[in-house]
Design a protein around this ligand. Structure first.
Ligand SMILES: Nc1ncnc2c1ncn2[C@@H]1O[C@H](COP(=O)(O)OP(=O)(O)O)[C@@H](O)[C@H]1O
Ligand SMILES: O=P(O)(O)OC[C@H]1O[C@](O)(COP(=O)(O)O)[C@@H](O)[C@@H]1O
Length: 331
């Protein structure tokens, strides 16, 4: 089936590098003589027929910008049968031959949903700071989010050390510990709590108290930084903070890094990944790909059936987990 016109949209949590990816798609299409349009506000744009043309001039000076020029959003209406049918009708009305969606797991489910009523090719590109998509080593935005988190934690450490305080730092990740694990290791934090390794609040509390007891005894490390994935501690982070304060008497503060992790100029690794995957998505469509995510494993481009990204769970990096105990032990 000829591909003369491609539509692209960004959906779900925005991630640094989405713009770089839009740019790559646009330039790769121009190179092949393919027309590109961008739907705005995620799947909402498909339902409202909100779109704009994307030409070389639109993506000039864009590779370094955070956010997404197409805006991102969530869209419950699209999840219905009527929503998918309306989207299909709107795509056909504009003679779109293929759709590319840059987003996370939810957005990919949206593509599968669309495929039940639209038989033209769809391709997903993994864009989320959470890095929680199976089938690709990294997602666009993850490396920038880690960098942002690490820079913040470095700063927190300065004040934590000055006051000999304990800090509980909450990072994003939804239900996955990739951001917490890598930012904890990169910042030399003292302890990390991730959903994948979490046993129970009681057991985890004992582990933290053991470490704090070592800290009390040897006094070589006056501050103490604990990194935690959001949504993890039962009852919220303040519950953990209160338990630790009452058990130890230590001076303690809670910090939620929040949405700063989603912003900022993408680091070069994200720009590279976004550019490669954007160009690869266009190339794959021209080669007949459909119903797949483009990703990278071991630095090689791969095509992964969308269904597989939904049915398999990505594991934390085994080597990082293995060294965790050794490197976060108090000296
Ligand atoms: N099961 C689903 N069926 C159809 N569309 C979905 C489904 N799950 C998510 N979507 C669409 O994808 C959008 C983004 O999903 P979400 O989970 O919020 O973000 P992400 O893509 O970053 O994981 C949703 O607002 C919705 O429009
Ligand atoms: O911006 P919102 O709606 O508060 O969503 C916050 C969530 O989005 C994220 O930043 C990114 O998640 P997705 O890419 O899966 O949408 C999560 O880490 C966080 O839990």
């Amino acid at each position: 089936m000829p591909v003369n016109k491609i539509a692209v949209l960004t959906s779900g949590g925005d991630a640094p590098g989405m713009n770089a990816c839009i740019r790559a798609i646009c330039l790769a299409c121009e190179h092949e003589g393919i027309e590109v349009i961008g739907y705005t506000h995620g799947y909402n744009g498909l339902l409202r027929q909100d779109w704009r043309t994307l030409e070389r001039a639109d993506v000039y000076n864009l590779i370094q910008r955070g956010g997404t020029i197409l805006y991102s959003a969530r869209c419950d209406k699209f999840k219905t049968k009527e929503g998918a049918e309306l989207a299909a009708k709107n795509l056909d009305e504009l003679n779109v031959d293929a759709l590319i969606v840059i987003g996370g797991n939810g957005s990919f489910m949206g593509l599968e949903h669309l495929q039940t009523v639209w038989d033209k090719p769809v391709v997903g590109i993994p864009g989320t700071i959470d890095n929680d998509i199976s089938g690709t080593d990294f997602t666009i935005g993850f490396h920038t989010a880690i960098q942002t988190a690490v820079e913040s934690i470095d700063k927190v450490r300065d004040t934590a050390e000055a006051f000999e305080r304990i800090f509980l730092v909450e990072v994003m990740g939804r239900e996955a510990g990739f951001i917490a694990l890598d930012s904890a290791i990169s910042s030399g934090s003292d302890h990390v709590l991730v959903p994948e390794l979490f046993t129970s609040a009681a057991e985890e509390l004992v582990k933290i108290l053991d470490k704090l007891e070592v800290r009390r005894k040897n006094k070589t490390n006056p501050s103490h930084i604990i990194i935690i994935t959001e949504n993890l501690w039962p009852g919220g982070l303040q519950v953990l903070a209160d338990s630790l304060a009452s058990e130890t008497g230590f001076d303690l503060r809670v910090l939620t890094l929040g949405h700063v992790q989603r912003g900022g100029s993408p680091v070069s690794k994200d720009r590279m990944l976004a550019t490669r995957l954007g160009a690869f998505a266009v190339e794959s469509l021209l080669n007949g790909a459909r119903g797949v995510m483009v990703g990278e494993t071991h630095t090689k481009p791969v095509l992964v059936p969308l269904e597989q990204t939904r049915t398999t769970t990505k594991n934390l990096n085994r080597y990082s987990v293995e060294i965790l105990d050794r490197i976060t032990r108090l000296g």
